[in-house]
Design a protein around this ligand. Structure first.
Ligand code: ADP
Length: 378
């Protein structure tokens, strides 16, 4: 039985906002996504009122879940702080499915102070770094996972957060499918594979559903995966960002306490333009760009090993020099990388003595050098 938006609205109209009006008349609802029995939407409120809204969020989620035919209901509470307003009180933990906490979308402060200064670190995690790309399909997720494994091989304790909410690929890249269990504090316990602590929005929702999430919901879900997960002690948490440089990415870059960002690009000019946008985005929010990786840099024949520069290899190195950011390395377009990735056995783990693993480890070494002073040499 399919659930319609109207059914969702009908059930929400019976819930009162803290000011007494029906939730559907309070002018706080995002677009409602309802497909295949899965319902997602967000309630967008002023940060000063966020606490009063948490019970409404829980009530709305319960009401939607009670509609016949609904299999999953996720209601995010997003709270925007007005410029200059005092920070809201800390949210109370919610019950039920991993609860969504209020999210505070900061405006970058005037005068050049880092918005990161206002963010709380994740307890136990020394450095959170982002792997980003200007557009999809450039191999960002493959690079993020193999970079995480390269850092593991250098002796660090590493986690991987797949925040690519528009198309989470970590379940495919790792072969992991289970739902994370909850600990006594109702925090999600990350799945473990290849010696990494791994969390993905794909463990919680179906891939197709994740495609239709909107900006504030992305932020809410990502915050939940950062804060409501028992990450334990980590040297580095690698975040596989959603592709692109739109509002959702900017908000994410502002809200996640990032120590740096790695930008993945293919050599084609177009994606370099996109990579430049990525660079500008991180600079805007004062996140240091650790460097650019050129993926699918040259074609390496799986039979004879001959290299061909079919895409005009070297563009990213040149671009990095021009932009004054480190060039972290080039990864060939190679069948072994694609086949191992798509089979859930990333090349750094499945062929550790091979040439590709060495390339990813060298990139990891450069990232470690860039993070000197943040993570201790292992
Ligand atoms: P993105 O995260 O940018 O969308 P993915 O990491 O999912 O990209 O990669 C897209 C596709 O390209 C996948 O099938 C992946 O296996 C393949 N791929 C990524 N990097 C390489 C590479 N260096 N050589 C061959 N195939 C690659």
């Amino acid at each position: 039985m399919s659930v319609t938006q109207q059914q969702v609205l009908d059930s929400l109209s019976r819930i009162k906002s803290p000011r007494g009006v029906a939730l559907t008349n309070a002018n706080v609802l995002s677009a409602i996504s309802a497909s295949d029995g899965k319902v997602f939407f967000s309630i967008n409120v002023d940060a000063a009122e966020a606490r009063a809204w948490e019970s409404v969020r829980a009530e709305a989620e319960a009401a939607v879940r009670a509609i016949p035919g609904v299999t999953t209901a996720m209601v995010a509470l997003t709270a925007e702080r007005k410029p200059g307003a005092a920070p809201p009180p800390p949210p109370t933990p919610s019950r039920g499915t991993p609860g969504v906490q209020p999210v505070h979308a900061h405006k970058p402060p005037q005068g050049g102070a880092s918005p990161m200064a206002r963010q709380s670190e994740i307890p136990g995690v020394a450095a959170v770094i982002a792997v980003a790309s200007g557009k999809g399909g450039v191999g960002k997720s493959t690079t993020a996972l193999n970079l995480a494994l390269g850092l593991r091989d250098l002796g660090f304790k590493v986690g991987l957060l797949d925040a690519d909410i528009y198309g989470p690929s970590v379940p495919r890249l790792t072969g992991l499918r289970e739902k994370p269990a909850l600990n006594d504090e109702r925090k999600m316990i990350p799945l473990r594979r290849f010696g990494l602590a791994i969390m993905s929005i794909g463990f919680l929702v179906e891939e197709e559903t994740a495609m239709i999430w909107r900006g504030p919901m992305v932020m809410s879900a990502v915050t939940q995966m950062l804060r409501d997960v028992e990450w334990g002690e980590l040297d580095v948490l690698v975040v596989d960002m959603p592709p692109g440089t739109g509002d959702a990415q900017l908000t994410l870059a502002q809200n996640v306490p990032l120590k740096g960002a790695v930008i993945v690009s293919t050599p084609q000019d177009l994606s370099l333009i996109d990579a430049r946008r990525g660079l500008a985005m991180f600079r805007k929010v004062n996140v240091p760009v650790l460097g650019i990786v050129e993926n699918m840099s040259y074609f390496q024949c799986p039979h004879c090993g001959t290299k061909s520069d079919i895409f005009g290899h070297g563009g990213a190195r040149h671009e990095a020099e021009k932009l004054g950011v480190p060039f972290l390395g080039e990864i060939p377009l190679h069948m072994a990388i694609r086949a191992t990735s798509d089979a859930g056995n990333p090349v750094v783990d499945s062929e550790p003595a091979g040439p590709h693993a060495a390339i990813y480890r060298a990139i990891a070494g450069q990232v470690r050098d860039q993070l000197k002073g943040v993570i201790a040499a292992a």
